[in-house]
Write a protein that binds this ligand. Sequence first.
Ligand code: AKB
Length: 319
Amino acid sequence: MGKKLIIGSSGQIGTELILALAKIYGEDQIIATDINPKAKDEIDGILFHQMDVLDVDHLESVVKENQVSEIYLLAALLSAVSEQKIRSAWDLNMNGLFNVLELARRGVIERVFWPSSIAVFGPSSPKKNTPQNAILEPTTVYGISKCAGERWCDYYFKKFGVDVRSIRYPGIISYKSKPGGGTTDYAVEIFHEALANSKYTCFIDQDIYLPMMYMDDAIRATIELMSVDKGMLPAFKSYNVSAESFSPSEIAKEITQFIPDFKITYSPDFRNDIALSWPSSINDDEARQDWGWQEQYDIKKMTEKMISGINSNLNVISS
Ligand code: AKB
C-alpha cells in the first residue's frame, strides 16, 4: 500500500481524520490537501499541499509525486450552503468525485473513500428506521449530488472494478473542529453557545429528530470500512450507519444537566425544511452485517465529551 491522501483536510471530518490516520499508519504515510492554504498552519508533522480537487492535473501530480494509493475525498459543499450555491455545489460535489474516480479507473490509485449522506433520502423515503435500500428522491441540491455520486461510484465499481467505499454520514458532532454549511450544524453550535452564553437560538424546530453521530464514531467507521478486505465487499454500497437520533429539545435537556440555566429558543429558517425532508432515524443492519459496524457513543456519552472538550478551552464549568 502507498500513502493516504486526504482532500479537504481542514474541514470538520478532515481535521480529525488526518490525525487518526497518522496515529495508525505514521505521519509520513499521510498527505493532507486543502484549497485553503491556511490549513497548513493547523497540522504539524504531516505533509500539506494546497490543492483544488477540480484542478485535475495538479491532483494527479500530487498523487504521483507522493506515491499515493488511497484517497479520502472530503471536499464538498454541504446542504445549507448548496441551496445558496447550486452550480458550485454540483460542480465541486460531482467533478471532484469524477476526477478521483478517473484516477482509480486508470490504476493510478487503488482505493477511494467518498462520503455520502443521509441527505440522499427525501420526503418519499420511510421516515423512521430508514433502510439501506429505501426510495431515493432527495429534494435538496446537496442530496441530489450525493444521490448521483452514489450512482457514479456504483457504475465505476461494476464497470471498471474501482475499489470505492462510502458511508452515508448522519450529522457529525465534534468539538475540535466546527462544521461548515450543513443543516445538522445546530447540534454543534448549541454546545458552543451553551458554554459561552447559556443560550441558543435554534434554526430548526424543537421536535425534529435527525440521525447524528459523535466524531470518534464517524472516524472509526471510516477507517474500519477502508480496512476491510476487498473480497468482503462484493458490491458497492454507500452504507447507512447509525449511532443516535435526537431533536433540539432533547439535546437542550441533556445540556441543562451540565448548565442548569441554559435556555433554547427557536427561529426556524430554510434549514427547517431541509431537516423535515430527511429521515429521523436510520437502519444500519447492512453495515453491521457486512463489516461489523457498532457505535460507541449515545446522546449522554456524547454530551459529556462535548461539554468537557469545549469547557477545557473556555473553563466555564469547574470540576
Ligand atoms: C449536512 O447537514 O449537510 C451534513 C449532512 C447530514 O450530510 N451534516
